[in-house]
Design a protein around this ligand. Sequence first.
Ligand code: CA
Length: 228
Amino acid sequence: MSNILVVEDEREMLRGLRDNLEFENYHVDAATDGESALKKIVEGSYDLIILDVMLPRLSGLDVCKRARQRGITTPIIMLTARGEEIDKVLGLELGADDYITKPFSVRELMARIKAVLRRAEGIAAVPSERMVVDDLVLDFASFTATRDGQSLTLSPREFEIMKHLWIHRNKTVTRDELLTQVWGYDDSISTRTVDNFMLKLRQKIEEDPGSPKRIITIHGIGYKLVVQ
Ligand code: CA
């Protein structure tokens, strides 16, 4: 049984979501403001988070961003208000997996939930110790890498960056997240360092480092490893 956290401050909406999800046999936990939501996300263990954007104390966008910065990969579906296109775009850039616009039908929401859970299970089933993308093979356990059968030399830090991108493949990874996850909290390191590492990595793994196809830049936010 999947464990879902619903973050919504409107009582009626929350009750409706809870009833429908429980009817579908999901286990439901709830939070009604951004701060308590983040606390639950960090301390709890959920399979999916349904996160409203407009929340007291901390917006849904901030909750999403902070959760991802802490390395939490639980799938997130954002609930956005009609007409607030910017929230959808920002939500996805900040690491949400999907969004649904209010008002929505129960059937539509259930379909999204099932799709996101299925995708998450698929990713979990792929071993994260080995990355295979076309002719590029990285083994994070033995620290070996090849491209088109030729051995590649990557530094331990580069392996760590690639592993983080691989675990979050096809999702935007913020520079701050990379800094925290790969370098830890080190004041002497700036996001500029991340960019320099990406430049070097691209020279090793991209066919044309000048127009990268594997590690793409999400302007002003971070990077995404694209896997077809
Ligand atoms: Ca709300």
